[in-house]
Design a binder for this molecule. Structure first.
Ligand SMILES: CC(C)(COP(=O)(O)OP(=O)(O)OC[C@H]1O[C@@H](n2cnc3c(N)ncnc32)[C@H](O)[C@@H]1OP(=O)(O)O)[C@@H](O)C(=O)NCCC(=O)NCCS
Length: 156
């Protein structure tokens, strides 16, 4: 990649950029209003990956009672396979560690090879499966969990 990737916490006015990214990456994208409501709940933080001034990636984490949930991570289709999600998730995990002593969990479609590989590379481990969790198409969810360094394994 010719341009540097900058990862930073999303600013208040970036919901539209996040919604545009959602539309490029998910079958059922979240709207700017839905993202704004999430970011206003006081529990959710968002980070963006910016290349040459454009938002090309984003991640959202919700923290409740010392445990986080990675709600979303996406990179624009034209910017994938360049290490952007890896860089983004690395920053998200470092920035969330103090607030998440119980770790961060997520669900991912069993067929989402790219995301599962990304999560595993960042230290998430599989710790369960929810049968037929997703609809359209119906598919199992894989449950994954990450713990900050120095803490013990996942609660199962
Ligand atoms: C999952 C996603 C965020 C990965 O973004 P990315 O910027 O292309 O990922 P990276 O280039 O940082 O790659 C991270 C790791 O995943 C691997 N990976 C990425 N895409 C892959 C693919 N299609 N197949 C296999 N491995 C893949 C990379 O090889 C890399 O591993 P490595 O370091 O061992 O080489 C991106 O594909 C995406 O936005 N998908 C749609 C949204 C989505 O499914 N989000 C997850 C559920 S919320």
């Amino acid at each position: 990649m010719s341009h540097e990737v900058v990862v930073r916490e999303a600013a208040g006015a970036q919901q539209e950029a996040l919604a545009t990214l959602e539309a490029s990456s998910f079958d059922i994208p979240w709207s700017a209003d839905a993202i704004r409501a999430l970011l206003d709940d006081g529990l959710t933080r968002a980070w963006v990956a910016v290349v040459a001034g454009a938002v090309v990636g984003a991640a959202l984490v919700r923290v409740v009672a010392g445990e986080g949930e990675l709600l979303r991570i996406a990179v624009h289709p034209e910017a994938r396979r360049q290490g952007i999600a890896h860089a983004l998730l690395g920053v998200v995990l470092s920035a969330s560690a103090d607030a998440c002593p119980l770790g961060i969990h997520l669900e991912v479609r069993a067929s989402n090879v790219a995301a599962r590989h990304l999560y595993a590379r960042q230290g998430f481990i599989d710790h369960g499966r929810r049968r037929d969790y997703y609809q359209a198409p119906k598919e199992d969810a894989i449950l994954m969990h990450w713990r900050p360094a120095g803490t013990r394994g996942p609660r199962v």
